[in-house]
Design a protein around this ligand. Structure first.
Ligand SMILES: Nc1ncnc2c1ncn2[C@@H]1O[C@H](COP(=O)(O)OP(=O)(O)O)[C@@H](O)[C@H]1O
Ligand SMILES: [Mg+2]
Length: 506
């Protein structure tokens, strides 16, 4: 494929393989629920539920509103944190609620839990609701764990005798026995949520609401919580669940709702809704990074024109480069980082398996030697995938007995040079951030360094793994279909004549 053709492919948005994972229809209809759930009685019904806040631009507007209401003037804006929520949940169903921060998930759960009044619509609930809304919600910090358990359970409608009977089980589940008579304010956030969860699940609610609370517990506690949630579900408890962990929503919930700016935009089988959510995130991310790339290079992700030079905006980049996500002594400066295909044409999109290059341009301000120009590649989750630099190469060369290495080069003020990093992209489908740095390695130990200039978010690129077809395999023999963070370039060998009995006998 020529570089022009590839740039056109970038224009045409993501290629088929990457698009495949985002097939869910955002406006998905209600998916059919499983048979037993369909027959089960409705325990929760929301009709046109909405929550509107009055937003005042200035504090004095709030006062004006209070005193001059009779004039009929409005000093606030309406802000709908939640709007048009219609939902019917049957006994034993588990509903996940997903959406970005601020999309209205907690608002919805608080309205269902009864701790927040809706502005519009109606909420009907049959049975007892227990809620794990936020950290230690309902706990009084001055009281001991024991006192809080009794208070909490009383709020849920339990008698002292009932709590007495369950107390031991609650403390055991929370796993905090030696702290139960200490004030809750001395608890760690993990302990607090353990106790809160233990109370809420021991009281056997009909509807259990969990809002991101479990994330603060440790891994072992989380595992026990999920086991307990499973148990409760098999007993017919209805679950409303908010979590940032998409996998737990997928495994725990049959259905999910996606909220966007307070509105339900997808409602259906949790797998489909999570796809819709990822699609939404992906589109926002593309917009965000397109802006970030534009700000830095004048190029933008997904819209680079074949004949538009990435260098066109170099001056602007230089002016900006010292600010942003960068630091260092600035004896030299990373002025431009470009992601390129094997022919040196700027790209923002790479097919896994293809050769690629990252070119770092450095402008020298003060005399400089012992230089290491390094790259770091991070994925969207911030995981460092690889960090490598000219110094790594120099050390290997020295070990081979070569002496003419980059580290010994001397640069003068006004010099500019470019380092091109060439590699095969064996990365999995994701969006990657390039950090670039000029470092002075004071000796050959790799132990003492001075950061000359370090730039976060120096460039971005998107990688997609494509399913190879006959044609592309001939053109690009290195392309391989795989899942995960990177291609380990595996091979499989098969032995056909294995005699199991002979092997066992050995
Ligand atoms: N008391 C409040 N006054 C004004 N706006 C609020 C208030 N509480 C929440 N909001 C706004 O409502 C929106 C939804 O918030 P929330 O339900 O907490 O979102 P989520 O849980 O999905 O992150 C947000 O934009 C938030 O800033
Ligand atoms: Mg929330």
């Amino acid at each position: 494929m020529s570089s022009d053709a590839r740039a056109t492919a970038v224009d045409a948005d993501l290629p088929a393989a990457a698009a495949e994972i985002f097939v869910a229809d955002i406006a998905a209809d209600m998916a059919p629920v499983s048979q037993p759930a369909r027959q089960a009685p409705v325990v929760l019904r929301l009709v046109n539920v909405g929550k509107c806040y009055h937003m005042y631009d200035k504090p004095q507007d709030r006062l004006k509103q209070a005193f001059m209401r009779w004039r009929g003037k409005k000093y606030y804006r309406d802000f709908w944190a939640l709007r048009d929520v219609n939902l019917e949940v049957r006994r034993g169903e588990a509903i996940g609620i997903v959406g970005r921060n601020g999309s209205g998930k907690s608002t919805l759960l608080q309205i269902i839990a009864g701790t927040l009044a809706a502005t519009t619509g109606s909420v009907e609930i049959a049975g007892r609701v227990a809620a794990l809304l936020e950290l230690g919600s309902g706990f009084n910090p001055e009281f001991t764990g024991r006192e809080n358990v009794y208070l909490n359970a009383a709020v849920l409608g339990f008698s002292k005798a009932e709590v007495d009977a369950k107390f031991a089980a609650i403390v055991e589940f929370a796993d905090i026995d030696e702290f139960i008579d200490q004030p809750v304010k001395t608890y760690s956030s993990g302990m607090m949520v353990r106790l809160a969860f233990a109370v809420q699940v021991q009281v056997e609610p009909d509807v259990l609401i969990v809002d991101e609370a479990l994330a603060v517990g440790d891994a072992l506690f989380q595992k026990r919580c999920y086991q307990r949630l499973d148990e409760l579900r098999s007993k017919g408890v209805t679950l409303l669940f908010v979590s940032h962990d998409q996998e737990s929503v997928r495994t725990l919930c049959d259905r999910a709702i996606l909220l966007d700016h307070g509105k339900p935009v997808a409602n259906g089988a949790s797998g489909d809704v999570l796809l819709a959510y990822r699609k939404l995130l992906h589109e926002e991310e593309k917009r965000y990074f397109a802006g970030a790339i534009k700000a830095r290079t004048g190029d933008s992700l997904g819209t680079s024109k074949p004949n538009e030079k990435a260098t066109s905006n170099t001056t602007a980049v230089r002016l900006r480069s010292v600010r942003d996500a960068s630091f260092g002594d600035l004896d030299a400066e990373v002025v431009r980082v470009t992601v390129q295909d094997a022919n040196g044409a700027p790209i923002s999109y790479v097919t896994s398996g293809d050769a690629m290059r990252i070119c770092v341009r450095v402008a020298v301000r003060k005399q400089l030697t012992r230089v290491n120009v390094a790259l770091r590649i991070r994925n969207k989750q911030g995981v460092k995938i690889c960090s490598w630099g000219t110094f790594s190469q120099d050390l290997a060369a020295l070990a081979r007995g070569e002496d003419d290495i980059f580290w010994r080069r001397v640069f003068e003020p006004g010099d500019e040079f470019e380092v091109t990093f060439v590699f095969d992209c064996t990365l999995g489908t994701d969006l990657y951030e390039v950090q670039a740095a000029v470092v002075e390695e004071l000796d050959l130990s790799y132990m003492s360094q001075r950061i000359v200039h370090w730039r976060d978010e120096a460039a971005f690129f998107q990688v997609a793994v494509q399913r190879p077809d006959e044609l592309t395999v001939r053109e690009h023999p290195s392309r391989n279909f795989f899942g995960g963070v990177c291609d380990l370039r595996m091979h499989a060998t098969v032995r056909a004549d294995v005699d199991m009995r002979a092997e066992d006998a050995r």
